[in-house]
Every structure is written in C-alpha cells, then in structure tokens.
Ligand binder design. Structure first.
Ligand code: GLC
Length: 556
C-alpha cells in the first residue's frame, strides 16, 4: 500500500451504501458491486463501519461477536470476496474495531451476568445500592453511565448506551482476547483499523464523582492509555508492515494526539479529533441551535495543524462521518451555492496536512434530509435526546429543528446512486428514508457532469499523488483573523501551495501577506470551484464560496 500520508480513505456505512438483495439494508455484496465507482473516484483505503453480529441498538457499534459477520450484511465468503476484489483494484480494507465496550448480548457479558467472576472482570462492575450509583457520571447518549443489575447487587459502567457495557482493559485476559480479534482480521487480509473511541478505554483506579462535568476527565486519555496502545500495536498490527491505523479520540488534547501518532511512540498512524466539529454547540451542548463560529473553526484547525506538525504527529482530516451532519448543510450552503460550497469544503480539508477521509455521499454533496417526524429517525442517541429535550420543556417544533440539524441520521440516509426509486439504493423498503433531493443529487448524474462535485474530489485525490507538497508540506495559517476567509500555506522544498477558501456568500477582497514574495515563483491555479479563477495577484476578490489553490513553484 502507498504511504498513509499519500492515501485517501473512503468511509462506507454498509447499511446505507448499496443493497444487493432487496431487503432494505445495504450489504457487503453491495459494496463489492460498487467498487468500480470507488476506483473511479480514486481512493486508496475503504473503511467499513461494523458489520459484525450485533443487536443493532447502536447500528453495529454494539458488537455481540467480533469475528462473525451479521448475516444481514452477508457471509465471511462475501467479505473475502470484497477484500480480494478491492485489492485487485488497488484498494485496501480498513475495519472498525469497537473495544471500549461490547454489546450486552456478547457471550462475555452474558456469562458475567450469569455470575461468572472471570467474565465479570472483563467489564466494570461496582457493588452498590439501587438508590445510589457509584458515581454521578453521565452516559454520552444521555442519563447515568451506570446500570444496576438487581441479581448481582452491582452496577456496570456504560459510557454509551445501557446496551454497551464498558470493557475492563486493566484485565490482561481481556486485552489478550482483543488482540486475538485484531489478528483474526489481519489474517483475513485487512490492512487497516479504525479504533472506536479508543482514548476512553483506560479507566481510573478509583471511581470518583465529577463535581463539574459528566466524568469524562477521569477516563479521557486515561492513565494507562499509551501503555495499552503500545501493547496493542506490539501484539497485532505492529508486526505487519504497511498497516494503517486511526484512533477515534473523544475530547482529546494535542499533546496526547502527538503521542498517539508520532511514529517513534509506536501507537497509531493517525488520529481523529472532533474539536472543529463542536463550533456549532452552544456552550458545549450539541443539542442546541447555533450558527457555526467561523473564527473558532479556523483557530481550532490552525492550532491542530501547527501543533501536530511540531510534535511530528499526524491528523486524519475530515468534515463528515456517520456521526456528523452533512457538511454542505452545516458549514456550506446546501441551497443557492450547493456545488460551490461542497467543492470549497472539499478543497479546504483535502489540502491540509493529514490524511483525508471522505464519508460516502460527501463526494456528491449529499445534504441533511430534513426529516420532519420523529418516526423517521432511527438513531438511539437522537431518540434518547428527543425525550430528554421534550422533558426539559422544549416544544415539539424546536426539538424537531434541533434533530434536523444535529441528528446522526443526517449522514446515515441511504446513498444516492441514481434518480430511480429510493435513489437506486434498494429495490425494497429502505431501513431509513432516502433524502428527497436524490433526483438532483446522485452518483449517475454526477458522473455525467464534468463539473460535478464528484470530479472535484477525484481531482483532489489525484493531485495528492502528483504533488508531494500536499502530503509532506509544512502548514502555516494566513489571514488568521479574516471573518470570511480560511486560508493557509503549505511549504515543501522551496515551493508553496496557497489555499484560499471563502466560507460565505459575500465577495471579500483580500490582500496576501507581503512575506509571500510572488516574484520568486512561477504560479498556477491548481484547483478551484469557479470556471475561471483569477491569476495569482497580491489582491484578490473572491466570489461567494470561492476556493482557489495556487501552486507556487520556486524560480530556480
Ligand atoms: C463512536 C462511533 C459511534 C458510536 C460510539 C459508540 O463514536 O463512531 O457511532 O455510537 O462510538 O460506539
């Protein structure tokens, strides 16, 4: 596989990607059928979210058997077929590993509930009385993080849904069982892993109340986290060359992320952090309505770019995944400037220092679906929060608007393949409704239109292969305080890449810093989102949502 710094990862949510058998759920065969589309886009690695045996309380992030495929998604043979075909076409498969917790239906947990002390030690049980949970910690999906088991007179910890009990990584037997799972999938030809909320796996020795927050300070980037990741690396993927690993890091810090991803530490290839995706949370509360804070967004991106570079860490760079609303609806303009803003956002993220991740449908500019009834939602977090918000006294209309903007189902609606029924996703009844705009926004139409968002992504991907500056260049912010423009410079071997993105429908005139000596370079427009972009000059007037990347090649 090519260097992960030169790779682009494409995230597939199999349940919503393509249904090959008409049962309304996407499946592995469906992914295999669509490989030519992904090859055409040009991506290197396919990250598949969980398709293991699961009660699907949290859409597969509640795993009941880590080494078996849920028959709804297909068979082991289907999976092997997918891996082999992908390799043939120049793509590798990355799997999603959920090891902070299992499903409560996992045999380990069932044995624990049955009273087996050995398996109770796979989880975090604490004795207590029904009236008082061990601590005041809150679950990330709402309510207490502790569930009481009458028969055992004890609580178990669940940082997510009550059906997702947290695993006890302090137990070496549990760790060993996990390493076997990872090695099993490596033997199946998997070449990458995405580790779900992996910075939450190390819990403190003592469980204390959190007077100010929900308890996250005690287990986020917890006491043994780096030791555990080093051991995981040593026992599994570290033994194989060319593995690509990414940790999903919840509420983390730059310092920890440097450690997670600096190659000398031998932990992971790279990290996801989410700070830049909280700029539309009012006082940190996701379930609120707020326009995004553009300056905060820029500051966070700049801090992470600069900080990670200084520590030789590596970011996964992304706007979208299966937990986030669609970016064109969030930071772009999904009505008047759909195409321009979708392309601008693509350029802004792909030319950063880091490995870009594309979430299925992002390359078409898929939007939020704007569901208007609670019954249209499926996601456990959204439904829990609907009830929490209503109990707080918020009106139906306001709560539905919050879900329209914040629900994880915004990104989970089926992929739009064509303008036929259900966007060509299924011949049956889709498990989640298809967004209504599939007639205008779909893969077939995009492939027929040379100016589509799809081809913009394709170009960004191929530029990464052609120009080393994109993968290896240093990063420097410019125009840091500009209220509409996000701009930066990449630098490598004397050449520069200048990336200018207008995040609004205004037409600001900017002046480039004098430090950039334009006369020293041959300049060219590398990629832009309007038919004719101006040549590089000191002063430039941007059009609405315009984005231009200039390549400045040093005169020698
Ligand atoms: C991660 C996943 C999310 C899941 C949660 C619990 O954040 O991306 O979908 O619900 O972990 O596993």
């Amino acid at each position: 596989m090519t260097d992960f710094k030169k790779s682009v990862v494409y995230q597939i949510y199999p349940k919503s990607f393509y249904d090959s058998n008409g049962d309304g759920l996407g499946d592995l065969k469906g992914v295999t059928e669509k490989l030519p589309y992904l090859q055409r886009l040009g991506v290197d690695v396919l990250w598949l979210t969980p398709f293991y045996v699961s009660p699907q309380r949290d859409n597969g992030y509640d795993v009941a058997d880590y080494c078996q495929i849920d028959p709804r998604f297909g068979s082991m043979e289907d999976f092997q077929g997918l891996v082999a075909k992908a390799k043939e076409m120049g793509m590798e498969v990355m799997l999603d590993m959920v090891f902070n917790h299992s499903s409560d239906a996992h045999p380990w947990f069932q044995k624990a509930l049955g009273g087996d002390p050995c398996y109770q030690d796979f989880y975090i049980f604490k004795k207590g009385s029904k009236e008082k949970p061990p601590t005041n910690w809150l679950s990330k999906f709402g309510g207490s993080a502790w569930a009481y088991v009458e028969a055992l007179g004890a609580y178990y910890l669940h940082l997510f849904d009550v059906s997702q009990p947290d695993l006890n990584w302090d137990n070496p037997r549990l760790r060993n069982a996990i390493y076997q799972v990872v090695n099993f999938w490596i033997d199946q030809g998997v070449r990458g892993f995405r580790l779900d909320v992996v910075n939450l796996i190390s819990k403190p020795q003592e469980f204390l109340d959190d007077p100010e927050e929900d308890g996250r300070r005690f287990y986020t980037d917890g006491p043994q986290i780096h030791t555990f990741l080093k051991e995981l690396n040593r026992e599994t993927f570290g033994k194989h060359p060319n593995m690509i690993t990414v940790g999903e890091m919840s509420s983390t810090t730059i310092d920890n992320c440097i450690k997670y991803s600096n190659p000398d530490e031998k932990e992971l290839s790279m990290v996801f952090n989410f700070h830049h995706l909280k700029v539309d949370y009012r006082d940190g509360d996701k379930w609120s309505l707020m326009d995004f804070d553009f300056l905060a967004l820029k500051n966070i991106l700049n801090d992470w770019q600069v900080g990670m570079e200084q520590g030789n860490g590596w970011n996964a760079v992304f706007w979208c995944n299966h937990d986030q609303p669609r970016v064109v609806s969030r930071f772009g303009n999904d009505r008047q400037y759909h195409r321009e803003s979708a392309k601008m956002l693509a350029t802004a993220i792909h030319l950063l220092r880091g490995t870009p991740y594309i979430y299925q449908g992002e390359e078409l500019g898929m939007t939020n679906p704007y569901f208007s009834r609670l019954e249209e939602y499926n996601d456990v977090e959204s439904i829990n929060h609907y009830h929490i918000l209503r109990k707080q006294g918020k009106g139906e209309k306001e709560v539905m608007e919050i879900l329209q903007r914040k629900s994880r189902d915004n990104s989970r609606t089926p992929m739009h393949w064509n303008d036929g029924p259900n966007g060509g996703f299924t011949e049956g009844i889709p498990w989640l409704a298809v967004a209504k705009n599939y007639r205008e926004i779909n893969a077939k139409k995009a492939l027929e239109d040379a100016d589509s968002v799809f081809y913009h992504y394709q170009k960004l991907i191929s530029l990464r292969r052609e120009l080393e500056i994109i993968a290896y260049g240093g990063y420097r912010p410019i125009l840091a305080n500009h209220p509409e423009i996000y701009a930066y410079i990449r630098a490598y071997q004397g050449n520069l890449l200048l990336v200018i993105n207008n995040f609004y429908d205004k037409a600001p005139r900017i002046s480039l810093p004098q430090a950039i000596k334009l006369n020293n370079y041959h300049t060219q427009v590398l990629i832009s989102n309007y038919p004719a972009s101006p040549d590089l000059q000191r002063k430039i007037t941007l059009r609405p949502y315009e984005s231009i990347a200039y390549y400045l090649e040093k005169k020698r």
